[in-house]
Unconditional design. Structure first.
Length: 133
């Protein structure tokens, strides 16, 4: 597994509303050598996606429904023993804040990626050490 090569139980979480970013993220993962290697069992990293094609309205129930999907996925990752998550997101700012708050309570580190100038860069880390006051 990917963890044999990198020493961590890692996963990728792709969150998007409106435009689907999955293909762009997969290209990034291929460029990093995390997907589609000659021996996939050694380098492939599990990828999970939560995408909603429709924009959110001011109805709070829609926002909480999406956040509940994120929480469910985070709990499944926790149960699977993931200790490092790579987060790629295209979300409304308010929802991104709620997702970040959720991930700050997760028992694993989350590396946050930002798309700029045609590529993704790791720009931050969500972990207990970086989120406590």
């Amino acid at each position: 597994l990917h963890e044999k090569k990198h020493g961590k139980r890692q996963a990728v979480l792709i969150l998007s509303i409106g435009s689907d970013i999955k293909e762009t993220v997969l290209q990034d993962l291929r460029a990093r050598g995390w997907l589609e290697a000659k021996e996939p069992e050694e380098t492939d990293i599990p990828v999970f996606t939560i995408h909603q094609p429709e924009a959110l309205t001011s109805e709070t129930g829609q926002w909480h429904a999406y956040l509940d999907k994120v929480k469910t996925q985070v709990n499944e990752l926790r149960e699977a023993g993931i200790n490092r998550l790579h987060l790629y997101a295209r979300l409304p700012v308010a929802l991104a804040v709620m997702v970040g708050t959720t991930l700050s309570n997760a028992p694993f580190m989350t590396h946050v990626y930002h798309h700029q100038n045609g590529r993704y860069e790791a720009v931050g880390l969500i972990a207990f050490e970086t989120t406590r006051l």
